[in-house]
Design a protein around this ligand. Structure first.
Ligand code: BGC
Length: 370
């Protein structure tokens, strides 16, 4: 995964590139920089068509909210939504996608559990002329994906790395500092850009001695959290805390890729009787926002699910009218088979200082920060 440039992110929807599709019903009068092959304008598909949304497991609040927003938003836009979680795992998600194709879905939006495991389902979808949008997580090793709609994952990691450094300076005085690292689930395509984004900021500080990872666990493989499960992060942290900090060594900071894992790590540290470290997060989960306001968790990331779902539905509407999908980044997301055109949104870092401003218009989080 290549580093994303902020310039690309500055592009707005208005200046977004208009994509040609990979199927033959695309092209035509797109009104933008069409890369289409000059085929006649596509007919799109009927209003009221079925749209499938395959969501992963409920590993964080953003997915739960997405279910409701997709159901409401697609219905409001006149479509017939089929929105399903795959709590049973990858094989359940595979059969759900097959069933969506059988039920005549015109677009399938996929938040994959494991983006490498859906190749044959996506191929049969594409063979039937179904368009596929990767939602939040990239679909890998397949050319049967037309668009990726997500927040900029590498930038999320960079913001987390920067927040950890700022938090350490603010709350722990002058360095050097002792830290530990946590990464997301290895089967989630997002875990790598999150970790690499953060390490692009932290590694130079490890190299120059400002930061020490006392456990010595610094590779993504060593610090990964299978299934994004809180209990897995907590268990690993319990072992580290007793093994590396049991002798009074101070733990100053923890890089956590999301809020669920941040709270798990904080539980482990406080059960061991250690002072609260500076810890990052992501998702703006209610409990973590309260913790940030109370001065415990240091930071989170705001990726407004309402925006991400609305953007996905806007793209479905373009396809319905026979227009091309729009992307604002056509170079960063190589999925192993092709560079998937992406429409990326900007993540926002949130700390105690800016929480009230950032969440001012969020109906759930706004009131918590007033
Ligand atoms: C999402 C994160 C979320 C994680 C666990 C990732 O793919 O981008 O926002 O914290 O999954 O659910």
């Amino acid at each position: 995964m290549k580093k994303l440039t902020t310039t690309l992110l500055a592009l707005t929807a208005a200046s977004a590139l208009v994509l040609s599709g990979c199927s033959s019903d695309r092209g035509g009068d797109s009104g933008g920089d069409s890369t289409g092959g000059g085929e006649s304008a596509a007919a799109g598909f009927e209003e009221g068509a079925t749209i499938g949304v395959a969501l992963p497991q409920k590993t964080s609040e953003n997915w739960v909210l997405a279910e409701e927003l997709f159901n409401d938003g697609l219905t409001e836009a006149g479509f017939k939504p089929i929105v399903q979680f795959a709590n049973g795992g990858v094989s359940e998600q595979q059969s759900q996608i097959d069933a969506m194709v059988e039920q005549g879905a015109k677009v399938i939006i996929v938040g994959a559990i494991d983006g490498t495991q859906l190749g044959s389902q996506l191929k049969s979808a594409a063979d039937q002329g179904v368009k596929v949008i990767a939602y939040d997580r990239l679909l890998e090793n397949t050319d049967a994906v037309d668009l990726y709609v997500a927040f900029d994952n590498f930038r999320v990691g960079e913001l987390q790395g920067e927040a950890l450094l700022t938090g350490l300076a603010e709350r722990k005085g002058e360095g050097p500092y002792n830290i530990e690292l946590i990464a997301g689930s290895p089967d989630d395509a997002n875990s790598t850009p999150f970790f690499e984004g953060a390490m692009s900021v932290l590694q130079p500080k490890i190299d120059d001695g400002t930061l020490t990872v006392v456990s010595g666990q610094t590779s993504q493989e060593q610090v990964a959290t299978q299934g994004w499960k809180a209990e897995n992060a907590q268990k690993r942290m319990d072992t580290i805390v007793s093994g590396s900090y049991g002798d009074g060594t101070e733990l100053h900071g923890i890089l956590s890729p999301n809020d669920t894992l941040a709270r798990a790590a904080l539980t482990s540290v406080s059960q061991a009787g250690l002072p609260t470290p500076v810890i990052t997060g992501q998702d703006s989960e209610v409990e973590s926002v309260k913790s940030i306001v109370a001065g415990e968790q240091y930071s989170t990331i705001y990726k407004d699910t309402r925006e991400l779902v609305a953007e996905s539905i806007r793209q479905v509407q373009l396809a319905q009218k026979g227009e091309d999908f729009e992307a604002n980044d056509t170079e960063s997301y190589d999925n192993g088979v092709k560079v998937v055109p992406a429409f990326l949104l900007d993540p926002i870092i949130v700390t105690q200082e800016n929480a009230a401003d950032v969440y001012a218009n969020d109906p759930t989080l706004g009131p918590l920060t007033q």
